[in-house]
Design a protein around this ligand. Structure first.
Ligand code: PMP
Length: 293
């Protein structure tokens, strides 16, 4: 089956899809993106993704390329035309095509590109196999709440993780606090049993999966703390995990080569995975959205 992409108003074969060489996304990383997970044929957290996209666009003063309602139709179409039941839809909006000049062009039109691909259905057993993370300095700019396509530090960090045999790299700011992973949010269960993840601020991307897990935890009567945690605290934690639309709730059993807790997937992590899956199947995604920075 050939894949279909959406490029500026047209559905085209994936291998023929292309954009202009003077697209500002290509030249300046002057654009934003979203990655939507599809679970059992349904988009996960569509409302949250759309709101976060609105935030990213507004912060960068990039116009919507089409109305929000039209965009929702295109997202569904791209998923359908690629026969994706479980997988991902990637969406990118840039400031458009213009003669190369740093300042905003006066007359460019936002460019819109979408692709979709299948992924294996969410597999709880696989997610419960713990992975390693490494810690690296957070060398990014200061607006991580904006889902910008400018991802060089994230790419370099992820590559460093891969070369170290790890799944993810946790980025650490100048105060020795973990902000987030290169493409996921970071969580620990402290030695005293507190569930902790960084608060929503300019320092992290407020993950849609993160929001679902927080809501699922609250519904189950579990407490949590939204605050930064240090590398030291993580090293002494009982449990750790990462969340994202692609990793769902994935157990972390080693940080910088050192076992987390007893080295096995944590009890709370395992429970939160179940709660998360039940939550997205029942609710479709987070309801308490809106805190994008
Ligand atoms: N932080 C960063 C830096 C990310 O790239 C991602 C993945 N988009 C996340 C967190 C997790 O966000 P989400 O749960 O919305 O996929």
């Amino acid at each position: 089956m050939s894949r279909i992409a959406y490029v500026n108003g047209m559905y085209v074969p994936h291998h023929e899809a292309c954009v202009h060489i003077e697209d500002r996304g290509y030249q300046f990383a002057d654009g934003v993106y979203e990655v939507f997970a599809l679970h059992q044929g349904k988009l996960v957290g569509e409302k949250g993704h759309m709101e976060r996209l609105a935030h990213s666009l507004a912060e960068l003063r990039i116009d919507w390329p089409v109305s929000r309602r039209a965009l929702a139709v295109i997202i569904a179409q791209v998923a359908r035309r690629n026969h994706v039941r479980d997988g991902l839809v990637y969406l990118q909006i840039t400031r458009g095509v213009a003669r190369r000049d740093h300042s905003f062009p006066e007359d460019s039109e936002s460019a819109l590109v979408l692709t979709a691909r299948r992924a294996p259905p969410l597999d709880k057993e696989a997610l419960r196999q713990g992975v390693d993370v490494i810690t690296i300095p957070d060398i990014r700019w200061k607006r991580h709440d904006i889902k910008s396509v400018s991802l060089l530090p994230n790419i370099l960090g992820k590559q460093q993780a891969r070369e170290a045999g790890a799944y993810e790299a946790w980025m650490v700011n100048d105060d020795a606090m973990v902000t987030e992973g290169t493409s996921s949010n970071a969580w620990i269960v402290t030695k005293d049993g507190a569930l902790v993840t960084h608060n929503a601020s300019h320092a992290i991307l407020n993950g849609i999966t993160r929001l679902s897990v927080l809501e699922a935890a609250a519904e189950a009567g579990l407490g949590f703390e939204e605050r930064p945690f240090s590398v030291d605290e993580a090293m002494q934690a009982k449990e750790a995990f990462v969340t994202s639309s692609t990793s769902h709730v994935k157990a972390v059993t080693k940080i910088d080569g050192q076992s987390v807790g007893n080295g096995h997937v944590g009890e709370l992590t395992s429970r939160l995975l179940d709660l998360y899956v039940d939550f997205i199947e029942a609710k479709g995604g987070p309801q308490n959205t809106g805190a994008w920075n």
